[in-house]
Ligand binder design. Structure first.
Ligand code: PMV
Length: 317
């Protein structure tokens, strides 16, 4: 076993959340300004214990004593089973830390587990590909979210913009011209699981109108991908705003998110929408160099507790 370290980015869903649960496509992009990092440090020979250190939470505990649903422990055990089944190995400390805000739709759980999978696999001399990492992390996502579509683990493990359809191989795609997003937090924690369950109950009560909204969202996603690949990111704006309206109709917005979306638009954003599970968490606004500062100020005045700026489509992304 060797010392190893690995990182993984956060993510935002550009368009398609909720409808993606019903087979429609969604687009998600990595947010590289925030990162989760995992470090594996082998312990001296003769020590077989495995320790987990969650630095941000100030917690250190033995793997053997971890809660059965602890995602870090589940990720570590899965990697040990897959990469070194039955092997005798020295003890080690698996230390994680993250700058990704938690419980706000930025994929912090999936990112931490992705970093753990990569670091531990590397320490065991292996380098699983993005698909294998994504599959392992999906197992941990299920602990937290019930039946997640898998979009978080996919975009984070691939580290590239992805066109994602549940149950199909993801399609990483190229953003031909970069664009700028502001990601603003309502400060409200909202469990994705609850919003997903409420949409399901509403869809079961009134299948036709809900199905029509899912289909309409799918059409927006396909159009958005075409614009991004053609180097027309500004065309995303109206599609985002329309997607927000449809998400409101799916009952997953809230007054705080609507206020941020309205404020962004009034301040000159090309488009804005909630991102992720909704009912709180984050929204995104498409901005340009000329409007970014003004929109950021407007978002803070409208109640955003944090605003992150990110650029999508730089380098090879
Ligand atoms: O809250 P997030 O960012 O993990 O996004 C959830 C996305 C949903 O489409 C609402 C659920 C899912 O599993 O895809």
């Amino acid at each position: 076993m060797m010392p190893a370290r690995a990182s993984a980015p956060g993510k935002v869903i550009l368009l398609g959340e909720h409808a993606v649960v019903y087979g429609q496509p969604a687009l998600a992009v990595p947010v590289t300004h925030v990162q989760a990092t995992a470090t594996v440090t082998p312990l001296p020979a003769g020590t077989a214990d495995i320790w987990i250190e969650a630095q941000d939470l100030g917690r250190r505990y033995p793997l053997a004593a971890a809660h059965p649903q602890d995602p870090l422990a589940v990720a570590a055990r899965l990697v040990l089973e897959r990469c070194a089944p039955g092997a005798a190995r020295p003890g080690f400390t698996l230390s994680v830390r993250s700058t990704i805000p938690i419980a706000s739709g930025l994929g912090s759980g999936a990112a931490v587990c992705t970093a753990v999978v990569r670091a531990l696999a590397a320490a065991l001399g292996q380098a699983p590909d993005a698909a294998a990492v994504s599959d392992l992390v999906y197992e941990t996502e299920k602990l937290l979210h019930g039946t997640p579509s898998g979009i978080d683990n996919t975009v984070i493990a691939y580290g590239q913009p992805v066109f994602f359809v549940r149950g199909q191989p993801p399609e990483p795609f190229r953003v031909a011209a970069p664009f700028q997003l502001l990601i603003a937090d309502t400060g409200l924690a909202s469990p994705t699981k609850v919003a997903v369950g409420d949409v399901r109950a509403a869809w079961q009560r009134e299948p036709a109108p809900f199905q029509a909204r899912f289909d309409a969202i799918g059409a927006l996603v396909r159009a958005a991908r075409a614009h991004l690949e053609a180097g027309q990111p500004e065309a995303l704006g109206p599609l985002m705003t329309r997607n927000h309206t449809l998400l409101r109709e799916l009952t997953v917005s809230c007054a705080e998110l609507d206020a941020l979306v309205d404020a962004a638009q009034a301040a000159g954003a090309l488009g804005a929408k909630l991102s992720g599970g909704g009912r709180g968490g984050n929204m995104i606004a498409l901005v340009t160099a000329a409007t970014a500062a003004r929109v950021e100020t407007a978002l803070r005045q409208a109640g955003a507790t944090r605003v992150l700026a990110t650029r999508v489509g730089t380098e090879d992304r």
